[in-house]
Design a protein around this ligand. Sequence first.
Ligand SMILES: Cc1cc2nc3c(=O)[nH]c(=O)nc-3n(C[C@H](O)[C@H](O)[C@H](O)COP(=O)(O)OP(=O)(O)OC[C@H]3O[C@@H](n4cnc5c(N)ncnc54)[C@H](O)[C@@H]3O)c2cc1C
Ligand code: SF4
Length: 354
Amino acid sequence: MTGDETASSTAKQLQDVTPLPDLSHGRPRAGLVRTRRPVYVDLLPPCNSGCPAGENIQAWLAHATAGRHEQAWRQLIADNPFAAIHGRVCYHPCETVCNRAHLDSAVSIHSVERFLGDLAREQGWMFDPPPVRSGRRVLIVGAGPSGLSAAYHLARLGHEVEIRDAGAEPGGMMRYGIPNYRLPRDVLEVELSRIAALGVQLTCGHRVEDLAAERDEGRFDAVFVAVGAHLAKRVDIPATDAGTMVDAVSFLRSVASGEKPSIGRHVAVYGGGNTAMDAARVARRLGADDAVIVYRRTREQMPAHEEEAEEAEREGVRINWLRTITAFDGPERRSRSWNSTSRVTHGRPGGSRH
Ligand SMILES: Cc1cc2nc3c(=O)[nH]c(=O)nc-3n(C[C@H](O)[C@H](O)[C@H](O)COP(=O)(O)OP(=O)(O)OC[C@H]3O[C@@H](n4cnc5c(N)ncnc54)[C@H](O)[C@@H]3O)c2cc1C
Ligand code: SF4
């Protein structure tokens, strides 16, 4: 085909292309015409809805990417006052739902959050005081992350807030559950002190027993109860001597309070959750030669996050999958020097209720 012939054939093809329908009017037409136009909707990315703290991740990441770090931190703390804490201990469900994970790997939201939280500590950035005072008083019972976050948001709205907590120090499970190698206490202190600087009054060592009486006596307009769930899961293991069995929450609490519980050289931890991983790692740090986690299901079924299990294993914690504990008895304890549990029956998948 000559050049002229090619040009005329292309022109003919173009002429043959069915003309695009005129969609600018709503009149019905005969034949197969497209009557609907695509509608573009500006939706939030999945990370925002994946974040339990309700952060506007997309907005603060945009500031951080542009190098506007203080603005990024201020955008972040509009929803969550604990950037440095969450940047360390949050299990980052935002990354689990990240669209980018389908291409290569999720955006490292958690690490950027930690970076911003640490930068705020270094720079001494503080929360802005409330522009107006509402004249309303709120009592919050419990100074864990829930009570403290509520206090922060209420104080920023101008309300007068008082928190009363039964513990010796504020923080709830952030202080008395999560071990300090995962959440250093100086990081916790800085983020708590910012809330106090907003004018939130904090009374520790005060267990609220009669809520209505305290509300009336303090002339509070509202009360927020954030007492957490401090009860450990109970397991039903027959024991001849239960003196050396302790639940993980009490064990971690006593270590966090500065005690040094005597745990012996061999420690067994029963359960496959994050608390079990923490207890086993703390036992190793307290000097146990052997810390073994006994879990009745498989690795895939454990409630602990995979990275928690990997870190525990890296620190020398052994994990016995598909095992259960049937009894705790004195002789076994003496012969194997296990302090927190006893005989393990091997090879009983799912054989226990726990
Ligand atoms: C070992 C362990 C490790 C964990 N690790 C993580 C982690 O890495 N990442 C994560 O996201 N979550 C983790 N969690 C879970 C997290 O700590 C909790 O979900 C969180 O602390 C719950 O916050 P909260 O404010 O509801 O309750 P809490 O933190 O339990 O705080 C409740 C507060 O209420 C006070 N209180 C109770 N009763 C009264 C009363 N009658 N009067 C006055 N005060 C009272 C208590 O003293 C306490 O300070 C962990 C939990 C444990 C146990
Ligand atoms: S890591 Fe931060 S942004 Fe992600 S879910 Fe946790 S608190 Fe939200």
